[in-house]
Design a protein around this ligand. Structure first.
Ligand code: PMP
Ligand code: GLN
Length: 385
């Protein structure tokens, strides 16, 4: 048999998250690499899923998602972000944000269309853009602020730009874009008639009084934005893979055509439970953020006490340590950390294609105090090589 396959996937390494989680399993390490919480998520949301598994149909739900979930999504975003979304024509349920991203790129891109990507970027974006026939144009965001500057946007956008992929809050930098940068990006999208594909899976996970602002709400963006969310992050249930897509009707029409041949539907009991969860009162969201902020502070203070240089984290499950002074790159430090000290982390260079930053290591703080303290105890012995 001919063993050449599509080069986009054939030449890809295994994702850094799987690689580091496997190393963690093999070494019995504490896994602060891949972003998933220690806990089980809210009991009532899991109970709603269990009840629905017993009592609700387990056959194919409607292709666009259960009506109850689409109504809940629309009500949720009206309440939390002031968006008006028609639940029947502007909301679709997907199997995780990843499916939403893949489907949107397949549906929106014509071969040769340019796609503006901000790096550091989530590792799924580039292969999906390439496989969809898009031509990437990178904008490298620099630590510690990871801001969008006008000169870089001017260099990346052109008449050939079809899509710009924005992740805000940004994984892995744990930064939230200021309104000024969103307005700058919106102006470029409007000027070049580009579609913004907004990966906002971390929208609820913001700290210290930061508020997430959807790009879709900016002037001129309503008809050119595809907004993506994920129940995995909202409810600390990353294995559920229930995502949602919001867009105006003409865009949604084509997005749904891709979705119908990717997954078509998503398990109905999980959809019911997410509909229940999205209607939870503000206290749930406030407590979720406060709990994560406490964990962030515990890990940050512990690391700082051990002499690590810790970058601020305004959102997501992550913070980074700066190892520029160590004389080693991030990959080397992560391998030493997991092999010699029993703590797995993620090298941030994995999120760069062009202007690689090799001096930052990402750690997940969405863990119990006991897990964080055990990791700190192990890291107390870690020194530059
Ligand atoms: N985008 C970003 C920026 C993420 O961090 C993640 C997962 N952590 C995803 C997409 C994937 O979300 P899902 O698990 O819902 O597919
Ligand atoms: N988004 C998660 C992270 O950043 C990982 C998801 C995955 O493993 N694909 O850690």
């Amino acid at each position: 048999m001919d063993r050449t396959f599509n080069p986009v996937f054939a030449e890809l390494p295994e994702t850094v998250f799987e690689r580091m989680s496997r190393l963690a399993r093999e070494r019995g390490a504490i896994n602060l690499g891949q972003g998933f919480p220690d806990g089980q998520g809210p009991d009532d949301v899991r109970a709603a899923a269990a009840r629905a598994l017993e009592n609700v149909s387990n056959q194919y739900p409607p292709m666009m998602g259960l009506a109850s979930l689409r109504a809940a999504i629309s009500a949720h975003y009206r309440h939390h972000q002031g968006l008006e979304l028609d639940p029947t024509s502007e909301v679709m349920v997907t199997s995780g944000a990843t499916e939403a991203l893949a489907g949107a790129l397949m549906a929106l891109l014509r071969p040769g269309d340019e796609v503006v990507l901000f790096e550091p970027m989530y590792d799924a974006y580039l292969p999906l853009v390439r496989r969809a026939g898009g031509v990437p144009r990178f904008v490298t965001l620099k630590p510690p602020h990871f801001r969008l500057d006008d000169a870089a946007l001017a260099a990346a956008f052109s008449e050939r730009t079809r899509v710009v992929v924005l992740n805000d809050p940004l994984n892995p930098s744990a930064t939230v874009l200021p309104q000024e940068d969103l307005a700058r990006l919106a102006a470029y999208c409007c000027r070049f008639d580009a579609i913004a594909l907004c990966d906002e899976v971390w929208e609820h996970v913001v700290f210290d009084g930061h508020r997430h602002r959807p790009l879709m709400a900016l002037p001129g963006m309503r008809e050119r934005t595809v907004k993506i969310g994920s129940a995995g992050k909202i409810f600390s249930l990353t294995g559920w893979k229930v995502g949602f897509v919001m867009a105006c009707e003409p865009l949604m029409r084509v997005l749904s055509r891709a979705h119908q041949f990717l997954t078509f539907t998503t398990p109905p009991n999980l959809q019911e439970a997410v509909a229940y969860g999205l209607a939870k009162d503000d206290a749930y969201f406030t407590a979720m953020r406060a709990g994560l902020a406490r964990s962030r502070d515990r890990l940050a203070a512990g690391l700082a006490g051990l002499g690590f240089t810790v970058l601020p984290s305004a959102g997501t499950y992550f913070l980074s340590i700066d190892i520029a002074a160590w004389g080693e790159d991030d990959e080397t430090v992560c391998l030493r950390m997991v092999r010699e000290h029993g703590v797995a982390a993620i090298p941030i260079s994995a999120f760069y294609q062009e202007g690689a930053v090799r001096s930052l290591v990402r750690l997940c703080f969405a863990k119990t105090d006991a897990t964080l303290d055990a990791a700190l105890e192990r890291l107390a012995r870690m020194r530059p090589a």
